[in-house]
Design a protein around this ligand. Structure first.
Ligand SMILES: [Zn+2]
Length: 242
């Protein structure tokens, strides 16, 4: 499931504008999730819920149900942003944790595997030949939404939904680059591409560890490399290791 949340900023009293230190007793509203968009990978339709359209409690409840159902959650910077925000919403609402899910954070993939000028999705997506994010007026969009402006919420909805479809499109390209991708083979119990579940494997060479070797393959669908789970029977390898 691809997931992206939007949050409203904290509202605080402040004595100045520069070199701010804001005490917790100056906080009027600590902020929080104001909408989310989520999409099952490979299926049609994006689910969107918001404070404005559905009410906070219903939005949080639905986010919990979808996370509970998901085996793997795909996001961009979600390990440090979206997921902890959601979990805070859950615990504040008195909810238990949803069933465990694996995470694929495309920001971490982009940071680890490539050197782009910027790792922001707004930069990386067009570099990959994808459409950009939805343009908007910047911070005033958030203040208008907080004030219940229906036209602004329409733009926020479009923006949030595009972020999720963009995420899925980027994933399609980046899938073979995801390190330690949650294994399709482990989920299905079959010898398939661990990254995309593809069954057309081209066996090419061997993956060699210090003591063993495994037949290696490249996925005909996504291009990812993988190796057999079965160790080769290998008298000659034992000799080399000794
Ligand atoms: Zn594959």
């Amino acid at each position: 499931m691809a997931l992206d949340i939007e949050t409203r900023p904290a509202l605080v009293y402040t004595w100045g504008l520069f070199e701010l230190r804001v005490g917790v007793d100056q906080v009027v509203d600590p902020g929080g999730m104001m909408s989310f968009a989520a999409k099952w990978i490979g299926k049609r339709g994006v689910e969107f819920k918001s404070d404005f359209h559905d009410g906070h409690a219903e939005m949080v409840q639905r986010a919990w149900e979808m996370l509970d159902e998901a085996d793997v959650v795909l996001h961009f910077n979600g390990r440090s942003f979206d997921v902890p925000h959601l979990q805070r919403e859950f615990v504040e609402a008195g909810m238990p944790p949803p069933s465990p899910f694996k995470q694929i954070d495309l920001l971490l993939v982009v940071r680890k595997q490539f050197r782009f000028l910027s790792n922001k999705l707004a930069h990386v997506a067009p570099q990959l030949g994808l459409e950009g994010k939805v343009e908007h007026e910047g911070f005033p969009l958030w203040t208008k939404c907080i004030n219940g402006d229906a036209a602004a919420w329409k733009r926020m909805r479009r923006y949030n939904i595009r972020d999720v479809t963009l995420l899925e499109d980027a994933y399609e390209i980046l899938q073979p680059w995801v390190p330690s991708h949650p294994s399709h083979a482990a989920f299905t119990g079959k010898e398939v591409c661990p990254k995309c579940g593809g069954t057309k494997l081209q066996w090419r060479g061997y993956a060699v560890t210090s003591v063993s070797r495994y037949r290696r393959f490249q996925c005909g669908a996504c291009g990812a490399w993988g190796r057999s789970v079965h160790r080769e029977t290998h008298a000659e390898v034992a000799q080399v290791a000794a």
